[in-house]
Write a protein that binds this ligand. Sequence first.
Ligand code: FAQ
Length: 327
Amino acid sequence: MTTDTDAGNAAEQDAFDALIAAEQRIEPRDWMPDAYRRTLIRQISQHAHSEIIGMQPEGNWITRAPSLKRKAILMAKVQDEAGHGLYLYSAAQTLGIGRDEMTEQLIAGRAKYSSIFNYPTPTWADMGAIGWLVDGAAICNQVPLCRASYGPYGRAMVRICKEESFHQRQGFEILLALMQGSPAQREMAQDAVDRWYWPSLMMFGPPDDRSPNSAQSMAWKIKRFSNDELRQRFIGMLVPQAEVLGVSLPDPELRWDAGAGRWHMSEIDWTEFHEVLAGRGPMNSERLRARREAHEGGAWVREAAAEYARKRALRRPAVAEAFEGAA
Ligand code: FAQ
């Protein structure tokens, strides 16, 4: 027996499927399947947390940047990351989850954020390697997300990608300056590339045959390419740039396999990836501790903002009345 509700849901599902098939955007006002909503909340909130936690590895060098110009650039970059976090939290909020709830999940250690931000930044060259490799990987992954089927996410990604491409170039330029410097500077740059290369490949997520979410996310046109496809694309971008820099990529197996039409590479250490995801990476506890402390330290700002908003709301009718009285 078909009930009115079933018929209603089927009609809504059909309308949703038709929008996806026609490459149209799903907007917050539109009906969407619960699983689509949950997937978006999962991915967008993890993405937002990544941007916010991702401020820490570079924040570590703001006070020690080697010149005023480098310091100003690094500060601007870290501020951009805060902005990206805010656009993404706002996009997630359009799906019905609150900002407080997402923050609570993060500081309680229940939310995921990108594995990449659990590695340390011991030298200035790490700023170059993060820009070149981490922002580079972020661009490869995120440019297709500009076409994500959910409107607020896709639109947020457009601006984010523009800023990420500046970030990637500034990282490349830091490494280029070091590679044109003294032997010690060249060694520092190579060492940073050696440490960040493999974790940056892990950013794209598990291999396709072990990626539980990919098939459905691609059917919904949230993801447009698989994890392995994007990883391949990233390597193709890095190889010529590494030549210009004069750095080597730390994989002796890396070569273009013309027959297979793909990069042949060594196996990624997925045990390391899963250890980091389980909270046992080199900097996981430090990153969460710093985030928790920043949240607690900012409590007075939130209280003051709430009180200001309360007083303004109280004042508004009075202001309106005063104007009416004067008229
Ligand atoms: N780290 O089935 P899949 C940036 C999880 S922003 C941690 O393949 P999916 C800017 C995944 O969540 C970097 N967890 O999942 C910047 C899932 O767990 P769940 C962040 C990971 O969603 C630069 C499970 O493994 N970018 O860098 C990771 O289809 C410099 C199974 O995986 C984004 O978030 C990982 N690397 O594909 C900031 C982009 N990989 O939730 C500061 C948007 C996978 O089922 C400085 N996100 N997992 O428990 C995406 O494109 C996708 O979510 C993927 C994962 C590709 C990350």
